[in-house]
Design a protein around this ligand. Structure first.
Ligand code: F6P
Ligand code: MN
Length: 345
C-alpha cells in the first residue's frame, strides 16, 4: 500500500487557505484526470490507432498531428465540467466560452512537442489558470502575475505532474494502477548556479549578439568569463527541459532570432512562457525575455510569441546582464562588444 499523499488530498489541504481554492482545486483535478487518459493513449500510440498523421493546420499555422487533435478534445471536455469560464487552447484561434459565470479561465497547450512522439521522446501538457475578469479576452491579456496556479505534465518514462499552486512547486507521479497522482517532492527549489545550458545551437547564426556572447562564454569553459565548464542539453521538448531544470538546475533559452517568424522567439506567452515562468519563480528560479520579467508581460494577441530564458537565478541573471543597454541586433556577430568578449581578446 502506497502511503504517499494523493493529488486530491494535497489540494484539499490547501483549498480553504487559497483564494478560490475549491474552484482552482477542481480545475487542477479535471486537467489531471484528463492527462491520465492522455498518458494511456500516448503510451499505446499506434496500438490505439494513433498514426502520427496530419490532423490539419492549427490556428497559428502549425501542423497538427492526430494526437494533437485528440489531446485538445480531451482537455476541452474535461474543462467543460469544471468551474472554467473560458479556455484558450494552442489548437484554436480564440478562447472558447465554457461556463460564462465560472470564476476561472484556463490557457492550455494540450500536447506540447508532439513532433517528438514518433521517437518516443517525452511530450507534455502545459496549463495556466487565472481568475476570470469581466471580459474574457482581456482576462487572458492580463500579465502573468494574474495566474493563480499553473503547471505541466510530462509523458515520459513516468507521467509526472509539476504543479505551481499555493506559492509552492510540487511534483507528483502517476500511479498507473490506481490512476492517482502521488506526491513525490514538495516545495521544489531550483539549484541557483548549475553550469548547464539548453539551446538549439543549430540556430547560432540567427541569434543576436547578447545570446551569442553568453553561449560563447559558456563554451569557453573555465577559460571564459563564466569561469566554469558548462554542460549542454537540448531535448527539443519544453516540458522535459523544464523538469530537468527543476531537478538539476541550469538555464534554458529559446531566444528571438533572425529567421522569419522568430523575431519574437518561438514559444507562446499565454500557455508556454507564463505557466513555465510561474513554476520557475515559485521554485526560486527566474524567467525573462532577456530584458523583461516574463510574468510582467501581458499578451496583445492570444497566440503571441515571446523569447524565453529561464532556470537557475545565476544563469538568468548573467544572460540579462549581457542584454543590458543593448538593442537586439540580428546581423552582427563581430560587433565590438562581442568581439571583445571572445577567446582572443
Ligand atoms: O513548442 C513546441 C516545441 O517542441 C517545444 O516543446 C520545444 O522547446 C521547441 O518547440 C523546440 O523547438 P526547435 O524544434 O526549434 O528546437
Ligand atoms: Mn507547444
Amino acid at each position: 500500500m502506497d502511503e504517499r499523499v494523493t493529488l486530491r488530498s494535497h489540494l484539499d489541504r490547501s483549498a480553504s487557505r487559497t483564494p478560490r481554492g475549491d474552484a482552482v482545486a477542481a480545475v487542477i483535478e479535471a486537467i489531471a484526470a484528463a492527462t491520465v487518459d492522455l498518458a494511456a493513449l500516448i503510451a499505446d500510440g499506434p496500438l490505439a490507432g494513433i498514426t502520427g498523421q496530419d490532423g490539419g493546420i492549427n490556428a497559428d499555422g502549425d501542423r497538427q498531428k492526430d494526437i494533437d487533435v485528440a489531446a485538445d478534445e480531451m482537455m476541452r471536455l474535461a474543462l467543460a465540467d469544471a468551474p472554467v469560464a473560458a479556455v484558450l487552447s494552442e489548437e484554436a484561434a480564440l478562447p472558447e466560452t465554457l461556463n460564462p459565470q465560472a470564476p476561472l479561465c484556463v490557457a492550455i497547450d494540450p500536447l506540447d512537442g508532439s513532433a517528438n512522439l514518433e521517437n518516443n521522446i517525452s511530450v507534455g501538457t502545459i496549463f495556466s489558470i487565472r481568475p476570470r475578469g469581466n471580459d474574457i479576452l482581456s482576462t487572458f491579456f492580463e500579465p502573468g502575475t494574474a495566474q493563480c496556479a499553473a503547471g505541466f505534465v510530462v509523458y515520459g518514462p513516468q507521467t509526472t505532474l509539476v504543479l505551481a499552486h499555493d506559492e509552492s512547486v510540487d511534483i507528483f507521479i502517476l500511479n498507473r494502477h490506481t490512476e492517482q497522482f502521488l506526491l513525490i517532492k514538495q516545495g521544489v527549489k531550483i539549484a541557483p548556479d548549475t553550469p548547464e545550458f539548453a539551446i538549439n545551437a543549430s540556430n547560432r547564426r540567427h541569434w543576436y549578439g547578447p545570446v551569442r556572447a553568453y553561449i560563447d562564454e559558456c563554451l569557453a569553459g573555465t577559460n571564459g568569463d563564466r569561469g566554469a565548464d558548462f554542460n549542454m542539453r537540448w531535448i527539443g521538448s519544453l516540458v522535459a527541459e523544464s523538469l530537468r531544470i527543476l531537478v538539476r538546475g541550469g538555464v534554458f533559452l529559446y531566444p528571438a532570432d533572425a529567421r522569419p517568424g522568430y523575431r519574437e522567439g518561438r514559444l507562446r506567452l499565454l500557455y508556454e512562457a507564463h505557466p513555465m515562468a510561474l513554476v520557475m519563480e515559485w521554485a526560486g528560479g527566474a524567467a525573462t525575455t532577456g530584458r523583461r520579467r516574463i510574468l510582467e508581460l501581458g499578451a496583445k494577441t492570444p497566440h503571441q510569441r515571446v523569447p524565453l530564458i529561464m532556470g537557475s537565478v545565476r544563469g538568468v541573471r548573467d544572460v540579462s546582464a549581457i542584454h543590458e543597454g543593448i538593442e537586439p541586433m540580428f546581423d552582427n556577430s563581430d560587433a565590438p562588444l562581442f568581439a571583445r568578449r571572445g577567446l582572443f581578446r
